[in-house]
Design a protein around this ligand. Structure first.
Ligand SMILES: [Fe+2]
Ligand SMILES: [Fe+2]
Length: 170
């Protein structure tokens, strides 16, 4: 039995992670329409990872005999005006998700819920990587995005990303 507020935040995080998947699928579709298929692939894989995150929160609740309460997934609300705007929205979103993870961690910390803190450790580290990846994409695009040949090579690099299941197993 987990603390009521911790349980509520974990439940809300399921929906937030599915929203992340939805948002990145929207990004993927944007790049697909522009024939930047490597970027489209990169965000499609990213969306898969976000679905995995959602399922980890769901599994964790069930492992602790807590009821899963699925919320509504909102329509992606980022204006897909140009490539750099999309990439920057990705970083902004990951920073927001980091703040959500930290808020759950704080709630668990306040009630000395060591099990949930241990579970969240993986996500704390993961968010560091997510922010780094999003920031790196922006920097690469700023360096190479304005030159068609360089952009083609960057897109080819993005095409190489393959899906791997998360290292956290519950
Ligand atoms: Fe996530
Ligand atoms: Fe993420």
């Amino acid at each position: 039995m987990l603390d009521a507020q911790v349980t509520q935040l974990l439940n809300e995080q399921i929906t937030k992670e599915f929203y992340s998947a939805y948002l990145y699928l929207d990004f993927s579709n944007y790049f697909n329409d522009k024939e930047l298929n490597g970027f489209a692939n990169w965000y499609r894989v990213q969306a898969q990872e976000e679905r995995d995150h959602a399922m980890l929160f769901l599994q964790y609740l069930q492992n602790n005999s807590e009821k899963v309460d699925l919320g509504a997934i909102a329509k992606p609300d980022v204006a897909l005006t140009d490539d750099l705007t999309v990439l920057k929205a990705g970083l902004k979103h990951e920073r927001y998700v980091t703040s959500l993870i930290h808020a759950i961690y704080e709630a668990a910390y306040n009630v000395r819920d060591f099990r949930t803190m241990q579970f969240l450790d993986w996500f704390v580290k993961e968010q560091g990587e997510e922010e780094k990846n999003a920031d790196s994409l922006i920097k690469k695009y700023e360096l190479y995005g304005s030159d068609p040949k360089s952009l083609y090579m960057l897109d080819t690099e993005m095409a190489a990303r393959v899906y791997t299941a998360p290292s956290l197993v519950l």
